[in-house]
Write a protein that binds this ligand. Sequence first.
Ligand SMILES: Nc1nc2c(ncn2[C@@H]2O[C@H](COP(=O)(O)OP(=O)(O)OP(=O)(O)O)[C@@H](O)[C@H]2O)c(=O)[nH]1
Ligand SMILES: [Mg+2]
Length: 306
Amino acid sequence: MQKKKKNKNIENTDTTQRGATINWFPGHMAKTRRLITENIKLVDVVVELKDSRIPYSSSNPLLDEIIGNKPRVIALSKCDMADKDALKTWIEYYKSQGIVAVPIDSIKGTGFGTLKAEINNVLADKIKRDQEKGMKNRPARMMVVGIPNVGKSSFINKLCGRASAKTGDRPGVTTAKQWIRINGGYELLDTPGILWPKFEDEFVGKNLAFTGAIRDEVYDIAEIACELCSLIAKKSPQKLCEVYKLDSVEGLMGHEILFEIGKKRGCLIAGGDIDYDRTSRILLDEFRANKLGTIVLETPDDIKGE
Ligand SMILES: Nc1nc2c(ncn2[C@@H]2O[C@H](COP(=O)(O)OP(=O)(O)OP(=O)(O)O)[C@@H](O)[C@H]2O)c(=O)[nH]1
Ligand SMILES: [Mg+2]
């Protein structure tokens, strides 16, 4: 198999799809954490975005600690790319932890009504307290947090829609904050909190690579493609066979599946081998474009013992 020079250093580098690299060195993490902690003090509720395909791997390891007792709702982003039944398992899992999770599609706008209703539910106590104090209709303040590429900007744009307006600068704890007024009596902090993922965990690193949350140059693309082949062969073998016109993937290793895909997609090179990098690119692009069907890559069982 052709191999590029390996660089497994996914620990310090994460990237947005637009290519802006965030270096999560310890100083940056400490600063981010401080900033988010300060901002959280200003809001009534935190909306945590997690990628529906990888709810665990797209989480920040310290968020629970940072959020503390602040009301929180999980928005499971990109739900259009996830298998609905598998996603239900996650929703049940979060429910068992006392947290409401709502599937969201920020492209079509699905789930936003439910999300607002759930935000109102978790804020019911606050609203009651406000009313008891004679305060009426104070907008509920919220902020969005999530790892790079999880869909924060798309979510905020959809949530705010065209009717949104900046409400101007308000003095915050240390810096001026911009709030966006949203229909339904909310104010949203216009800058989301960008969190680092659990990148020291290999399982998480792979899931982030599969979904495109980590820049492709950072890892060996053929290796990731082989791993993805094995995973999809387990989760959704029929779809894999259907898309790549394979007879069966039963008993095949990841690199054998990738080889078959390469042959079917005309990626043969001299000597009867395939161009692994080219085939890997095809597989990853098609997976990320949802051509392999809706899928959830991890289950709550995968993280038991955490
Ligand atoms: N299919 C689908 N794609 C989505 C959805 N939400 C976001 N995306 C896509 O995911 C990619 C990342 O979305 P962004 O909104 O830029 O994510 P972000 O969290 O703001 O990313 P950073 O600013 O880099 O941290 C873009 O290509 C979006 O079009 C969704 O609900 N469904
Ligand atoms: Mg963004």
